[in-house]
Design a protein around this ligand. Structure first.
Ligand SMILES: Cc1ncc(COP(=O)(O)O)c(C=O)c1O
Length: 396
């Protein structure tokens, strides 16, 4: 089955079947090809494969059958022509940006980014002569005004980590294209279930597959999705020669994760919606942001570009850092961590973890104050989660 032949099926069906490469043994579940390399029947065949004149695999840093199944299944679901898997989400983000630029170029990125993504555009790229302008992603004029003749790409995430701000992907894509630049969207918080940036005009989508795609806290992974032309021009050689390859074992786990992604993310989102409603009017919560609620500041854009909320909720606990820490420490079922998208509900204090590298002023600008908590809703019964949250708030 190829990704293109699977496109006639609905998304859930593609996530179960697309990209499957069945071996001569006729296995039901996809095979794990845990091999570094491949052998050839003759020196001539080896030469032909290296010249690209004969199809087949060469070396697992370049490609591997299990990794290829994961890539094809992701591409079929996302509606992308092509996909490349990477060892982590950050490898995908770095390659998607770095592959497009040369010294002397310029990037425009939204300020509200996951800490490591912000490091890549703000600190790493300038070390190689690539300038970066950070903008308020919600303000379209700031995107327009940041453009320079040498601007090559725009980078954003929506909803953002951790304050769940939403950027108008369609409008930002138009500004990027008018400037002759591309748009890369980190779609981790939306998940492929609730938002399709390529359909909204983005040129490239990246995921940390570590999050909802695995969804059960087992392994790291990333994926870059775009047109065949974009992948060939910007990504293919960079990944092949620099080596941030996904392990076949991780690809196998993630491939199986894709089969259950819609069921899990739907249930997590339903749980998050119930919890957000239960918490919104609590006297110890000063502010609650959930993309599935009508009171989200960008609710109109959400209706336009997302098919569902998210499993993530951000809220500010009264009493600043001390209040937030009392609340976190009083939780019994929901565990403190910096990860998200898991079957287990997880809670994070962004100011002291994922965004601790930013200055207090930079955090304040993004609305990441000391009372802010990010909840990643899991698959537990929503009443157990709500009871845990209410008990901890009473103790905060
Ligand atoms: C929005 C976003 N992008 C990228 C990443 C990086 O993913 P990974 O940890 O798989 O490298 C994360 C991880 O938390 C994230 O939240």
């Amino acid at each position: 089955m190829s990704a293109s032949s699977d496109r006639k099926f609905r998304p859930e069906t593609r996530l179960v079947h697309a990209g499957g490469l069945r071996s001569q043994f006729g296995e039901t579940s996809e095979a794990l090809f845990l091999t570094q390399g491949f052998v050839y029947d003759s020196a001539e065949s080896c030469e032909a494969r290296f010249k690209g004149e004969e199809p087949g695999y060469l070396y697992s840093r370049f490609s591997n059958p299990t990794v290829a199944m994961f890539e094809e299944r992701m591409a079929a679901f996302e509606g992308a022509e092509s996909a490349r898997a990477t060892a982590s989400g950050m490898a995908a983000v770095t390659a998607s940006v770095m592959g497009q630029v040369r010294a002397g170029d310029h990037i425009v990125a939204a300020k509200a980014l996951f800490g490591s993504c912000r490091y890549v555009v703000e600190d790493l790229m300038p070390r190689f002569g690539v300038a970066c302008t950070l903008v308020d992603g919600k303000d379209l004029d700031q995107w327009r005004n940041a453009v320079r003749p040498n601007t090559k790409t725009f980078f954003l995430e929506s909803p953002t980590n951790p304050t769940l701000e939403v950027v108008d992907v369609q409008e930002v894509a138009k500004i990027a294209h008018a400037a002759g630049a591309t748009l890369v969207v980190d779609n981790v918080f939306a998940t492929p279930l609730w938002q399709s940036p390529l359909e909204l005009g983005a040129d490239c989508v990246v995921y940390s597959a570590t999050k909802h795609i695995d969804g059960q806290g087992r392994c790291l992974g990333g994926v870059i999705l775009a047109s065949e032309d974009f992948i060939q021009k910007h990504i293919h050689m960079l990944l092949r020669q620099t080596g941030p390859a996904m392990s076949p074992f991780n690809a196998w786990v993630l491939l199986k994760g894709l089969e259950t992604l819609p069921v899990r993310v739907q249930r997590q989102t339903d749980n998050a919606a119930k919890i957000a409603d239960a918490l919104a009017s609590h006297s110890k919560i000063k502010r609650l942001i959930y993309p599935g609620r009508a009171d989200h500041p960008q609710a109109a854009i959400i209706r336009k570009q997302m098919r569902g909320g998210s499993n993530l909720i951000a809220f500010e606990v009264a009493g600043g850092k001390a209040g937030a820490f009392r609340f976190l420490n009083a939780l019994k079922l929901i565990r403190i961590t910096n990860n998200l998208g898991d079957a287990k509900s997880l809670v994070t204090h962004p100011a002291t973890t994922t965004h601790q590298r930013l200055t207090p002023e930079q955090r304040a600008e993004l609305g990441i104050n000391d009372g802010l908590v990010r909840l990643s809703t899991g698959l537990e019964h929503p009443d157990d989660l709500t009871e845990d949250l209410m008990t901890a708030l009473a103790a905060a």
